[in-house]
Structures are given as structure tokens and as C-alpha cells.
Design a protein around this ligand. Structure first.
Ligand SMILES: [Zn+2]
Length: 375
């Protein structure tokens, strides 16, 4: 088995959550053949309408050094416009093409193959896998449940490597040490309906809302910790249930997504948003946090990973906390976290692809990292 054919096997599974379509069984079978203990865990959503499969695997029993590899086997749906079957990997002109090849079945395949080579010789420590099935849709029955189970069973690693696509223009140029937090906000505006020709008879909920959104879009966010990109709030939806051109809407709403560095927490942002609403009539809020900002500045992990990258690729990586959030936001509560994987330029797009050479080299980087970690 080589990394390309293993990755192709995983791409052939239509693992769009909540479906797994055999992806985790495929990984479990491979790891079992190497001597890993494997366990498929199914976690149910609170209202029991969704069951998500996850995989935990472990090689070794030493508590001296425990390294966890964290990844997700689920992918976003294919969408339209592909030039080939998204769930049948295609090798063409030096590229491997298929849904999830970069995000992140390539990363899983590369770490599995690196581990296969590594566990052939004795080492003092334990390698663990945490592969989840719902990262693309909130991680509720995935890593959040899996890490809770691991804590209850004394299986928390000391450090974890997240195999998400972290590289930018070329493989090895970027390692993520953290990510900004993310807060979703729905702002509802309640006014009074009326004919647009009679201003004294109505209160325009939408105009009120637009002024507030403009104020938040221009807000001067504090920016003390320059490790993160500056906080930004983006309006992602404006809604008024009103088709008539001359009716002023009574109700309207807007969605905001705020990405924030550690100058803020979701709670602090709520305070800011409510404070800025003073003087606006009829606004109310719903808040949904999808994770706080985190940053893990662990010198040992940084040194081992960057020197592995330099050895294999001749590239000196930068350390960043940009990009979308990952399951690192949950792992950081339990252990050190570092994130490194393939280039991200085609993720969640049609014709998602990676260079075949990159996949082979990623396996080599992971192998070198394993050697250094357990040295
Ligand atoms: Zn991903």
C-alpha cells in the first residue's frame, strides 16, 4: 500500500456527514494491520436524529510520550462543475484530484503511511489517532465527543498534530500554531410596518438595522496581540420578509460572522455588540460561539516540525494563526496543538487537487517528525 492508493481509497468513500461510507473502517483496517488497537465510536446527537462515526486508534502503552494525530474523514459535498467524478480519484499531470484530497484525506493517508514505517522499529511512547466524522458540520458528535471519551478513559495525548491543510503557496511554507475565534451573531430589528410614502406612520426596521451593521463593520477593534490577524466582523446575510417595493418592513434581520484574536472572547464581543446598539430602537441578538481564539507556542513541537520540513523540503515555514478554525480549538483544552498539512488553495472547491509529489513529501515530513518526537 502506498500513500497515493490509500488516499484514492478514502476519496472513493462518499463521506459527507453524517454518512461515513466506509472511510473510517478503511483507516481502521489499515491501522489494525500494523498492530494498532482500533475502536470505532458512534456518538449520537442529543435529539438522536444524527449518529456520527469516529475512530480512535493506539499503538504502544508507554505513558512517557503520547502523540495524537487529529484529522477528519468527512468532506464537504461535491457541488457542481467538476471535470471528473469527485469521488473517484484521478491522477492527471502530476496531480491527484478528488473531493477531500487536500481537506483532508491526503493528510490522513500521509500520517497513516508514515506511522506504518515508524512502528516497524521499537520506540518508547504511544501513537494515537483521533479521526472524526463531522468536522465540516460543527464537530459536535466528532472531536468534542471523542475527546471527552478519551479523557474519561485516560487516553489524552501530551501533544497533538492536526493534519489539516495548513500550507499556503507551497507545501511546507506555513504551520498553524492557532486560529482566531469565531462568533455568529443574528441581529433582529423590530420596527413598525407602513406605506413608504407616509414616514410619520412607520419605523423602518431595515434602515435601522443597516445603520447598525454599518457601525459594526467600521468598528475600531482593539489589536494588542499581533500574533493573530486583526478582528473583523462581516455581514453575511440581510433579510426582510417583504417583496413589495412600497411597504416598509416591520421585521428584518442580519447575520454577522466575527473572527477574533485573543484581545476578545465571545463573551466580550457580546458586550461590545450590545453597547454599540445603545441608541438603536428595537434591536435584539442571538449569539452562537463556534470557538475561542487559541495559540500554542510550544518550542519543542515548533522546532521538531520546522526542522522536519526543512530537511525534507528545504523550506523554512512561517508560524501563523490566520485561516479558519480547526478542531485544535477543542484539543487545546487538553494538550499542546500544532497543525501542518497540504496546501489549501483548492479546498471546498470543484476539482479539489494536490500535487502527487506533495503527498509523498508530506508522508516523509510526518515520518521525520515521528522520529524526532520519540527520539
Ligand atoms: Zn478540514
Amino acid at each position: 500500500m502506498d500513500v497515493i492508493s490509500f488516499c484514492a481509497d478514502l476519496i472513493a468513500c462518499k463521506s459527507v456527514a453524517p454518512n461515513d461510507d466506509g472511510a473510517l473502517e478503511r483507516v481502521a483496517k489499515f491501522l489494525s494491520s500494523l498492530g494498532f488497537e482500533t475502536k470505532i465510536l458512534i456518538f449520537q446527537s442529543p435529539n438522536e436524529d444524527r449518529a456520527i462515526k469516529n475512530l480512535f486508534a493506539k499503538y504502544g502503552n508507554s505513558k512517557e510520550k503520547i502523540l495524537g494525530f487529529v484529522g477528519h474523514s468527512d468532506v464537504v459535498s461535491a457541488g457542481d462543475g467538476w471535470d471528473s467524478d469527485p469521488f473517484s480519484a484521478l491522477c492527471e499531470n502530476g496531480f491527484l484530484i478528488g473531493r477531500g484530497v487536500a481537506d483532508m484525506k491526503g493528510g490522513i493517508a500521509a500520517f497513516c503511511l508514515a506511522a506504518a514505517e515508524f512502528v516497524k522499529r521499537p520506540f518508547d511512547g504511544t501513537v494515537e489517532f483521533f479521526i472524526t466524522g463531522d468536522e465540516e458540520v460543527g464537530s459536535f458528535e466528532g472531536v468534542q465527543s471523542l475527546i471527552k471519551w478519551a479523557a474519561e478513559n485516560n487516553l489524552i495525548p501530551h501533544d497533538c498534530l492536526i493534519g489539516e491543510p495548513s500550507s499556503d503557496a507551497r507545501l511546507g511554507d506555513r504551520i498553524y500554531l492557532g486560529h482566531r475565534g469565531s462568533l455568529n451573531v443574528t441581529v433582529k430589528s423590530h420596527g413598525k410596518q407602513g406605506h413608504s410614502a407616509y414616514p410619520s406612520n412607520y419605523k423602518n426596521s431595515l434602515a435601522n438595522l443597516c445603520k447598525y451593521i454599518a457601525k459594526i463593520s467600521d468598528y475600531n477593534w482593539s489589536y494588542e496581540n499581533k500574533k493573530f490577524p486583526q478582528t473583523n466582523a462581516e455581514v453575511t446575510l440581510l433579510f426582510a420578509d417583504n417583496c413589495a417595493v412600497n411597504v416598509v418592513p416591520e421585521r428584518s434581520s442580519a447575520n454577522l460572522n466575527i473572527r477574533f484574536g485573543d484581545d476578545y472572547t465571545a463573551e466580550k464581543l457580546e458586550v461590545v455588540l450590545r453597547k454599540e446598539a445603545e441608541g438603536f430602537e428595537g434591536l435584539s441578538f442571538d449569539f452562537l460561539s463556534s470557538g475561542e481564539a487559541y495559540y500554542c507556542d510550544n518550542a519543542r513541537l515548533k522546532n521538531m516540525l520546522s526542522s522536519s520540513i526543512e530537511e525534507v523540503l528545504g523550506v523554512k515555514p512561517s508560524f501563523s494563526a490566520a485561516g479558519g478554525t480547526s478542531d485544535g480549538r477543542y484539543m487545546i483544552r487538553h494538550c499542546n496543538v500544532i497543525e501542518f498539512g497540504l496546501p489549501d488553495s483548492t479546498i471546498h472547491q470543484k476539482n479539489e487537487k494536490i500535487k502527487i509529489e506533495d503527498l509523498k513529501n508530506l508522508e516523509k515530513v510526518y515520518f521525520s517528525f515521528l522520529k524526532k518526537y520519540f527520539a
